[in-house]
Design a protein around this ligand. Structure first.
Ligand SMILES: Nc1nc2c(ncn2[C@@H]2O[C@H](COP(=O)(O)OP(=O)(O)OP(=O)(O)O)[C@@H](O)[C@H]2O)c(=O)[nH]1
Ligand SMILES: [Zn+2]
Length: 386
C-alpha cells in the first residue's frame, strides 16, 4: 500500500481556453457504498442537457465492473473507460490508471464535452482530485470542475460514526469534507428527525459545500455540472481542503473485502430470495468462529428460471431489490450468475469458512424445483460438512 503522497504543490491551472482546444470539465462523483452514485450518473446521462458525456467508472473489487456496467445506462453517446481495481481504488493504489483512463478518453476528444468520474464507494476523492494537479499536461486538457458527494440518508449516520481501526480515516467523512456539493439521497427512507440529525452532521463536516436532498439522485443539473469550483482563483482552495482533511495514513480499511461467487445455470427466484434474506436479515451464514460477514453492499446478475432478461440484484446493508434489466441472455451466452459481496468480517482470517458456508448454500439455489423441505435438508447436510 503506497504511503499517502505528500500533498502536491497545487498549481492553479491557467485560464480555461475556449474553442476547439477548450478544456474539458471533470466532475468527480463520490460517496459511500450504495449511496446512489450510479443512480446520479444515470440521471445525468439520461437528462436532456445536450452535453455529450464520457464516463470513467472505478469499481471496488475484482470483476464487479460487470454489474456496474449493466447499471450504467447506455443512453446517448457513452465512452466508458473501466478502472477495475482488485480490492483497491483509484486514489491510493493505481493513480496512474486514472490518468491513463483520462488520456484514453482525451484521444477521443472532440466527441464529448464533459467527463464524469465515478469513484468506488471507499475511495478518497482528495487523492483523485489532486491527480489533476500532479500531471501538469493533463491540466491542459481537462480541469476539475467539482466534487459531488452522494450520501445515503438511511445509513449515512452509521457510516459517519463508524469506529475505524486506529489511525484509519473514515472514508464517508472524508468524501463529505471534500464535497463542493453534498447530495443527501434516499430521503424516502428516513423521517424528518433523522434528516435533521444527518443534515447537521454533514454541515459540521463541511461548512462550505452546498447540500441538496433527493430521491433517486434526481437533482437540478445546473447544481451539479459546470460548478467551476476549482477555477484558477479557487485552485488554492483545493489545497486548503486537502490539508483540512489530510491524514498520514492510507485510508483503505483492510477489513473491507470483496467476495465474488460465479455459478452457471438458472436460479429459482423463491430460493434466491430466501438465500438473500438469510444472508442479510437472519445472518445465518457464519464462519467457524460463529461470526457472520457484515455485508454492506451486495450486487449480482442472475439468470432466473423462465426469464429471458438478466436480473440485477442491488443490496445496501439490509435493503435489497431484484430488478429485471433490459438486457436479454443471448442464445449462445453461457448463463453465469454472479454475486458480489462487499463487506467486512472481524478476524478476516476466518473469512474462508464463511465463504464456503455461503457458497454451498448459494449453489443449492440452483438445484431446480426442489421441494423446500428437501432444500433445507440439503443446506443442513452441506453446512455440517465444514
Ligand atoms: N429507496 C431508495 N433507493 C435508492 C435511491 N437512490 C438509489 N437507490 C437504490 O440504492 C441502490 C444503490 O444505488 P447505486 O446508484 O447503485 O449506488 P452506488 O453509490 O453507485 O453504489 P456502489 O456501486 O456501491 O458504489 C440501488 O438499488 C438504487 O436503486 C433513493 O432515493 N431511494
Ligand atoms: Zn483509495
Amino acid at each position: 500500500m503506497e504511503e499517502e503522497d505528500e500533498c502536491p504543490e497545487l498549481v492553479p491551472i491557467k485560464e480555461k481556453s475556449t474553442g476547439p482546444t477548450a478544456q474539458i470539465p471533470v466532475t468527480i462523483i463520490t460517496g459511500y457504498l450504495g449511496a446512489g452514485k450510479t443512480t446520479l450518473l444515470n440521471y445525468i446521462l439520461t437528462e436532456q442537457h445536450n452535453k455529450r458525456i464520457a464516463v470513467i467508472l472505478n469499481e471496488f473489487g475484482e470483476g464487479s465492473a460487470l454489474e456496474k456496467s449493466l447499471a450504467v445506462s447506455q443512453a446517448g453517446e457513452l465512452y466508458e473507460e473501466w478502472l477495475e481495481l482488485r480490492n483497491g481504488c483509484l486514489c491510493c493504489s493505481v493513480k496512474d490508471n486514472g490518468l491513463k483512463a483520462i488520456e484514453n478518453l482525451m484521444e477521443k476528444k472532440g466527441k464529448f464535452d464533459y467527463i464524469l468520474l465515478e469513484t468506488t464507494g471507499l475511495a478518497d476523492p482528495g487523492a483523485v482530485a489532486s491527480m489533476f494537479w500532479v500531471d501538469a499536461e493533463l491540466g491542459s486538457d481537462v480541469y476539475l470542475d467539482g466534487i459531488v458527494t452522494v450520501i445515503d440518508a438511511k445509513y449515512g449516520m452509521q457510516h459517519l460514526t463508524e469506529e475505524k481501526p486506529e489511525g484509519l480515516i473514515n472514508e464517508a467523512a472524508r468524501q463529505i469534507a471534500l464535497a463542493d456539493l453534498a447530495i443527501i439521497n434516499k430521503t424516502d427512507l428516513v423521517n424528518e428527525s433523522e434528516m435533521v440529525e444527518l443534515r447537521g452532521m454533514v454541515r459540521s463536516i463541511n461548512g462550505l459545500g452546498k447540500i441538496l436532498e433527493t430521491q433517486k439522485s434526481r437533482v437540478d443539473l445546473s447544481q451539479v455540472l459546470d460548478l467551476h469550483s476549482f477555477d484558477t482563483k479557487d485552485g488554492i482552495r483545493l489545497a486548503e481542503k486537502l490539508q483540512l482533511v489530510k491524514t498520514s495514513q492510507p485510508h483503505l480499511d483492510k477489513s473491507m473485502l470483496t467476495i465474488t461467487f460465479e455459478v452457471p445455470g438458472s436460479v429459482s427466484e423463491d430460493l434466491l430470495n430466501i438465500f438473500i434474506q438469510n444472508l442479510l436479515w437472519e445472518k445465518t451464514f457464519k464462519n467457524k468462529t460463529g461470526l457472520a460477514m457484515i455485508v454492506i453492499r451486495l450486487k449480482g446478475i442472475f439468470s432466473i428460471q423462465h426469464k429471458q432478461k438478466k436480473v440485477m440484484l442491488q443490496g445496501v446493508h439490509e435493503l435489497y431489490e431484484l430488478d429485471e434489466t433490459s438486457e436479454c441472455w443471448a442464445d449462445h451466452e453461457p448463463r453465469i450468475n454472479r454475486l458480489v459481496f462487499i463487506g467486512k468480517i472481524r478476524y478476516s482470517l476466518s473469512v474462508e469458512s464463511w465463504e464456503i458456508s455461503c457458497f454451498i448454500t448459494f449453489k443449492t439455489c440452483f438445484i431446480n424445483n426442489l421441494p423446500f423441505t428437501v432444500f433445507l435438508l440439503q443446506v443442513e447436510t452441506l453446512m455440517a460438512t465444514f
